[in-house]
Design a protein around this ligand. Sequence first.
Ligand SMILES: [Zn+2]
Ligand SMILES: [Zn+2]
Length: 358
Amino acid sequence: MRAAVLHEIGQDKLEVLDDVEAVGFGPGKVRIRVRATGLCHSDVSAMSGVLPQPAPFIPGHEGAGEILDIGDGVAGLTPGQRVLLCWLPACGTCPACKRGQTQLCLAGFMNAGTPNFKRPGGDVFGFAGTGTFTEEVVVDAGCAVPIPDDVPYDIAALIGCGVTTGLGAAINTAKVEAGSSVAVIGCGGVGISAIQGAKLQGAAQIIAVDPVESRREAALRFGATEAIAPDALADAKQRITAGEGFDYVFEVVGKSATARTAYDTTRRGGTLCIVGAGALDDHLQLNMFELFFDEKRILPSMYGGGDVLTSYERTIALWRAGRVDLESLITHRVPLAGINEALEQMRTGTALRTCIEI
Ligand SMILES: [Zn+2]
Ligand SMILES: [Zn+2]
C-alpha cells in the first residue's frame, strides 16, 4: 500500500512509497482504512527532531477512516464502522485514567518502540503510535473512536488532535472567564481553536498574535477581536490592559522564547496556558522572585487538558450547533501524493490546516 515515509530525522521531505505494509494486527487491534488526515505542527516537529521519534517513520496522527478488520477480543467496534484516530488512547485502569485525567495516560506510549509498518527494506515506525499518512494503519482498539454519521472524515480528523487541543486549552485548562482579556500567541489550527474556545467562554477581548498576515486575517474571522504581529504585542498590552497584562495568555508555538514573552504578557495573578509542543533541550527561564511575587499561574495543556472522549463529544456537539467553525479551518486539500506541498504550506504559514485525502 501507499504511505509517506520520512527516512531520517532532519529531512524535510517525505517520500510516497507503494511498498509499505501495516503490521501488528492481532488480538486487541483494529485495521483502519484512512480516508482523511490533517497535517499537524507536531508532525513537522517530529520530522525535524524537536519531538522524539524513531526513524524511519510515517508521520500523521490526526486521522479518520473506516474499520476494515477487528482482532480477537475487541468489543464495541465492527468492520465498516467510521472512526477517528485517537493518538492517546486511555487504558482506563492506570492512576491517571482513574482520576479522570485520561489525557495523561501513558498506555499509548508503551508501543512507541514497536514498528507499526514494514517495507522490503525493514521496519518503519508510526508517529505517536499511529502514522496516518498511509492508506491503512493497525492500532490498538482504544485508538479507534466511533464517529456519528453526520461527521465527515475531514472534520473528524481535525477533532483527533488540533481542534481538541486548542478548544480544550481554553475550556478545560485555562477555564477562560466571561468578560476577560485573552492573548493567543501562534495562530495555526490549534491557536485558532483556542481563539474559538475563548470566544465560547465569553472573553471580551481576544488578541491574536502571529507573524503571518493570512493567519491574522483568519483569526479575526474565527472570533479574535484584534490581530497583531508579534512586535506589536507590548504596545497592545499597554493599550488594552493599561500595562497590567492579559488575564489569559496562550502560548501555541512551543518555544521558550515565546513562552517567556507570553509570561511577561500575562497579568499578575493571571493565567499562562502552554499549549505548544516544544523540545527536550529548550529551557524556559523564570527567576524565583517573579515566580513567587507575581503569582502567575502557569498551566500546561496536553491534548485539551481533559478526558479525551468527553472533549471529542463536546466538540461534535458544538460543531453541530454551529458554535464552532471547523470547515473553515481546512484551508487546503491535497492527495497523499501532494504531501510535500502540504508540508510547505505548513512551514510558510499559509495553511491553517491542510487535509490530506487518501
Ligand atoms: Zn490509563
Ligand atoms: Zn497534533
